[in-house]
Design a protein around this ligand. Structure first.
Ligand code: FEO
Length: 163
């Protein structure tokens, strides 16, 4: 069954939000790349790649439903951060905002009685819970570490082992 126009529109917007998130993570990777925290920079870069996958999953889904993909403009965030904690707070806020966008899309799929989109978007709902949690856990660990260079070094190494 062909996708309805309102669903097509909101999913095209979501593609732009995912690209915006990807770009934000890449920007955070760049900012952390000019600090000694290579592990956190690596973490952000992997998250950039995940966000691209999220965008392309939407791209493919719209086409599978005989919809039309439209690449919309998005914000180009750049950050000048001084600490990993600042970077993860930005990332967390970004994820909370993205969760709201996903929930809006899901609410519309209910209104449109679009069952395939409901199933499709459930994957994103679960993913957002995980992504918010990942950022929140990192914030808590960084707050605990405070200014202890040893603790920060350990966390950086852990972040750098992300696959
Ligand atoms: Fe694609 Fe981090 O949400």
């Amino acid at each position: 069954m062909k996708i309805t126009k309102p669903i097509e529109d909101i999913l095209n917007k979501q593609i732009a939000y995912e690209f915006e998130a990807a770009y934000a993570y890449l920007s955070l990777a760049a900012a952390l790349g000019s600090t000694p925290y290579a592990g956190f920079a690596h973490w952000m870069r992997l998250q950039y790649e995940e966000e691209l996958e999220h965008a392309m999953k939407l791209f493919d889904y719209i086409q599978e439903r005989q919809g039309c993909v439209k690449l919309l403009k998005f914000e180009y965030p750049t950050y000048t951060i001084k600490t990993p904690l600042e970077a993860f707070k930005i990332a967390y806020d970004l994820e909370v905002e993205n969760t709201q966008h996903i929930h809006d899309a899901y609410a519309l799929s209910l209104k449109e009685n679009d069952l395939p989109s409901q199933v499709f978007l459930q994957w994103y709902i679960t993913e957002q819970v995980e992504e918010e949690d990942n950022c929140q856990k990192m914030i808590e660990a960084l707050e605990l570490a405070g200014t202890s260079l040893g603790a920060l070094f350990t966390l950086d190494r852990q972040a750098g082992s992300r696959k």
